[in-house]
Design a protein around this ligand. Structure first.
Ligand SMILES: Nc1ncnc2c1ncn2[C@@H]1O[C@H](COP(=O)(O)OP(=O)(O)OP(=O)(O)O)[C@@H](O)[C@H]1O
Ligand SMILES: [Mg+2]
Length: 519
């Protein structure tokens, strides 16, 4: 069983903490600490991703074996695993926060699969590490279900993301004060095994830079380029510049996907930004129901709304500029770093135009189409229109006889719907005129729109329903939701309930419209 190969380049090639064990402390001159997961009472696999298991080389029989639960619950190691916690810092909500590190994530090893791909396997919620800073190193079931489901949903939506192999309950309670109101209560503990080619974050570079440890910074940069960006050539500053521009490009692409599907990350601190441009850390994230660029699901950010939906492209730029600052000691001149940031803006602007063309079913995006989309966004916000339902239904519009009828289900408020009808009809008329002037056939337009506008997204209340059911002992809701999210662009007859508007009861319910960072 488990014929797997691990090569663990991160720990083999880079300096680690000389002191073994899980002592809390500032770890200097090292990029990680060796630490074993803390065993749990009764690990049980609640769900797994069949695609990810196959990719990594696990058979279905292995996934249901007792040994699998022991390994991914943190009670046993496979040959070749060498667990560690990474050392990183980060800017949190705009402020430098110093050393953070993996306080509850423990990487088990870098698996090299049959196809030769590298996948780092990482348990989230596996116990304390030197970076736990007074917290327990654990994760609760509700947040773990959300991380597991969203990782896979995002992948199937075509959004660059870390993946999830499996979700386990630990059989141990975890104490959490969900509303930060002094009422801590026990919740079920859980662990997600995540997988990604690398979990390196902007903050991994920021920490040695903040300490003036340029040698360590350079070691990490050289390693990252060598291992994760093998397509880049050149050397010295020119190579570093090209690499930074690549990071900027990938980040721009990722954010454009978020904006296309209506994903709000919720806590875009630089320690939650992947150097590979993958969506990382599914914490207090949320999905746009009624279109609102000012919405954030994160209750901790409710006042300032730093990480609101419409702000994400700007925040990513700000985060990249923090990374640029960290990398500056490797450059004689900051011009190449500035060029990388400019590259972000260009690539994002181009990707935004591609989104507009795809979402509206146009062969190309003209300048006037940008205005057309902006005007639509304004109307969608004021009329409280569901983003997913609107764009999906818009593909059914007849440009020769435009009506609002296909989009009838997308409205949350009847009075607002009626009030907005004249303006929306004006907009539809403009759009229909534009369509007539577009070279795409009706079929090609519809196919283009249906491939860009999902009908199934992981609406907050859907995840919450699966959580409530799992908390009562029945994980089948997780399985069904995962299965729905495997085909987000397909109509799924009999599963219409997963593609409908957020129900009224979910509008202000915790977990459905607002998410606590307590996880
Ligand atoms: N229960 C916990 N025990 C120990 N450390 C924690 C815990 N929760 C969060 N942290 C640490 O606090 C910092 C910021 O937390 P954040 O919520 O961004 O990350 P996270 O959800 O734990 O994990 P990740 O970014 O790995 O997905 C990180 O250093 C994280 O490891
Ligand atoms: Mg995090």
């Amino acid at each position: 069983m488990f014929n797997l190969r691990f090569d663990n380049t991160f720990v083999h090639e880079l300096p680690g903490d000389a002191e073994p064990g899980g002592q809390l402390r500032q770890v200097e001159g090292a990029l990680y600490s060796r630490v074993d997961p803390t065993p749990v009472a009764a690990p049980r696999v609640l769900a797994h991703s069949a695609e990810m298991a196959a990719t990594l080389g696990f058979s279905e029989a292995e996934v249901v074996s007792a040994e699998f639960a022991q390994v991914f619950g943190g009670n046993a190691l496979l040959e070749g695993m060498w667990p560690w916690a990474a050392n990183y810092g980060g800017h949190q909500f705009g402020q430098w926060a110093g050393q953070l590190g993996d306080g509850r994530a423990i990487s088990l090893g870098e698996l090299v699969n049959a196809a030769g791909e590298r996948w780092e396997l990482q348990l989230k919620g596996a116990g304390r590490t030197p970076y736990s800073r007074g917290a327990d190193g654990r994760a609760v079931l509700r947040s773990s279900v959300r991380e597991f489901l969203c990782s896979e949903a995002m992948h199937h939506l075509g959004v660059p993301t870390t993946r999830a192999l499996c979700l386990l309950e630990t059989g141990e309670p975890v104490l959490r004060d969900m509303f930060y109101d002094g009422h801590a209560a026990p919740e079920s503990g859980a662990i997600v095994c995540r997988a990604a080619p690398s979990f390196i974050r902007f903050g991994n570079f920021e920490l040695p830079a903040s300490r003036g440890d340029v040698t360590l910074l350079r070691q990490l940069v050289d390693f990252t380029i060598r291992r994760d960006f093998p397509e880049l050539s050149g050397q010295g500053e020119a190579l570093y510049a090209e690499w930074f521009a690549q990071v900027c490009e990938r980040t721009a692409t990722m954010i454009a996907h978020w904006m296309r599907v209506g994903f709000v990350h919720g806590v875009m601190n630089t320690d939650n930004m992947s150097i590979l441009g993958l969506t990382i850390d599914y914490g207090p994230y949320g999905w746009i129901d009624n279109f609102d660029p000012d919405w954030t699901p994160n209750t901790t950010d409710a006042q300032r709304r730093r990480y609101r939906f419409g702000q994400q492209p700007n925040v990513a730029w700000w985060n990249l500029s923090r990374l640029a600052g960290a990398l500056a000691p490797l450059f004689d001149d900051v011009a190449p770093l500035q060029a990388g940031l400019d590259r972000y803006a260009e690539v994002y602007a181009a990707a935004d135009r591609v989104n507009i063309a795809r979402k509206l079913g146009l062969a190309e995006c003209r300048d006037a189409d940008v205005v057309l989309m902006q005007d639509l966004h304004g109307l969608m916000a004021s009329a409280e229109i569901d983003m997913t339902l609107w764009f999906r239904a818009l593909a059914e519009l007849d440009p020769l006889a435009p009506t609002l009828q296909p989009m009838d289900d997308a409205f949350y408020d009847e009075a607002k719907q009626r009030g907005a009808e004249p303006a929306l009809m004006d907009w539809l008329t403009r759009y229909a005129t534009r369509l007539v002037d577009d070279p795409l056939s009706a079929d090609a337009r519809r196919a283009r729109m249906r491939a860009a506008n999902p009908c199934h997204v992981l609406r907050n209340y859907l995840a919450q329903q699966a959580i409530d059911q799992a908390s009562a002992g029945d994980p089948s809701g997780i399985h069904e939701l995962l299965d729905v999210m495997r085909h987000p662009y397909d109509d799924q007859p009999g599963r219409e309930a997963f593609a409908s508007r957020r129900p009224d009861w979910a509008r202000h319910k915790a977990g459905c419209s607002m998410l606590s960072c307590s996880s």
